[in-house]
Design a protein around this ligand. Structure first.
Ligand SMILES: [Mg+2]
Length: 375
């Protein structure tokens, strides 16, 4: 890995084929928190968490000052406040984040039409054939970062590589305000050195399972053959097999329709009472709606999923003629589906809620933190 590009290397690669592209992954630094610090100077240099501070609130974004204390996004706000006593909470302002996201997107589109947003604050760009004829992906990443800073007053980090998988890993290397380039000849060694939990798509649960199978790093993963991976990871195997070899065949896809966005939770204790079920649903609504907002997506079908203690699964869905307008409506629909099923014949161990028929974007392999995984 290196901070500076060698354009001759890059150009040699561009024509080579083998699925090699020039990919940039751009990721805004502590996006929501940085926007809040930009717009309110009194927050600058201070630990800031964007998210609800109530008992059931969750941190959506944490400023770098708060990360020193261990505050992270997706962490319960109560825990964050305990870790960082001076932590300042701010309610998210998604309309502002969306507007900034559009500004950034407009910058990207002056370089390539192949822009695939993952959320409001990150995107893949395929600049193999860039519109301005610059030729060097590293140079383009430098210009993009400078333009983002000039136009929005915010910093972005970028990873430059020959596929999406490695570009995304690279953007995280020199955060904040960093740039990292992984050239084709460096990809295999780079991937081998990584802890497995850094692989995009490997959430905490997959990482645990891998640890039990003796897979801690990319190098460990590369020793496993495809049959072993299929037996243990099903449809995820092919992606893992290639990723361990620094290969990723996924194309950057602009305006990909998203199938669904949701989350589910497995409970520590099986639950059956109406009040416990409703409270669990409220929790899931909070977190899932935040993701929906973050992705800037909308949908019109709400699906409730319950897994009973005997592992039978029950799903109920309701479709609206219009996109679900807000969190309140999303919650109402979820509760209506739940209420219609009460009382339950037996306790449940898992509950999930999904919004589907979305317009927007998603990454098909995404799996997210804690017990709550993206469906
Ligand atoms: Mg970010």
């Amino acid at each position: 890995m290196s901070g500076q590009s060698n354009e001759a290397d890059e150009n040699a690669v561009g024509a080579a084929g083998f699925g090699l592209r020039k990919i940039i992954h751009v990721d805004m630094d502590a996006f929501y928190a940085s926007v809040e610090q930009r717009d309110d100077p009194s927050l600058r240099g201070k630990p800031v968490a964007v998210g609800g501070s109530s008992e059931r609130g969750v941190v959506a974004a944490a400023s770098y000052e708060s990360r020193v204390f261990g505050v992270r996004s997706a962490m319960p706000s109560v825990r964050a406040a305990r870790l960082c006593p001076g932590l300042i909470f701010r309610k998210p302002r998604f309309d502002v984040y969306r507007a900034v996201s559009q500004q950034i997107r407009a910058i990207f589109e002056t370089f390539t039409p192949h822009v695939e947003p993952l959320s409001l604050d990150e995107a893949y760009l395929d600049v193999t054939d860039d519109l301005r004829g610059i030729g060097s992906a590293t140079r383009i990443a430098q210009i993009i970062r400078a333009e983002i800073r000039a136009q929005t007053g915010l910093t972005a980090s970028a990873g430059v590589s020959y596929n999406k998988f490695i570009a995304k890993l690279a953007s995280d290397e020199n955060k904040p305000d960093g740039l990292c380039v992984i050239r084709p000849g460096e990809g295999v060694a780079y991937v081998a050195s990584l802890p497995i939990r850094r692989f995009h798509g490997v959430g905490p649960r997959s990482a645990e399972k891998m640890a039990r199978l003796g897979i801690e790093t990319g190098a460990d993963l590369a020793t496993k053959d495809i049959a072993f991976l299929r037996a243990n990871f099903g449809s995820f195997a092919d992606y893992l097999y290639r990723a361990a070899r620094g290969v990723d065949l996924r194309a950057v896809r602009a305006d990909r329709p998203r199938k669904s966005l949701g989350g589910e939770r497995t409970f520590d204790r099986d639950i059956s009472s109406g009040s416990a079920l409703r409270e669990a649903l409220d929790n899931i609504v909070d977190i899932v709606w935040e993701r929906i907002d973050k992705a800037g997506s909308r949908g019109r079908t709400v699906t409730l999923k319950l897994k009973h203690i005997d592992f039978t699964i029950l799903t109920r869905a309701r479709s609206m003629p219009h996109a679900v307008a807000d969190k309140r409506e999303f919650a109402q629909l979820g509760h209506a589906l739940l209420d219609a099923l009460l009382p339950l014949p037996q306790p449940i161990r898992l509950m999930g809620l999904t919004l589907s028929a979305l317009e927007g974007e998603e990454d098909e392999i995404e799996e997210q933190g804690g017990q709550l995984s993206l469906l």
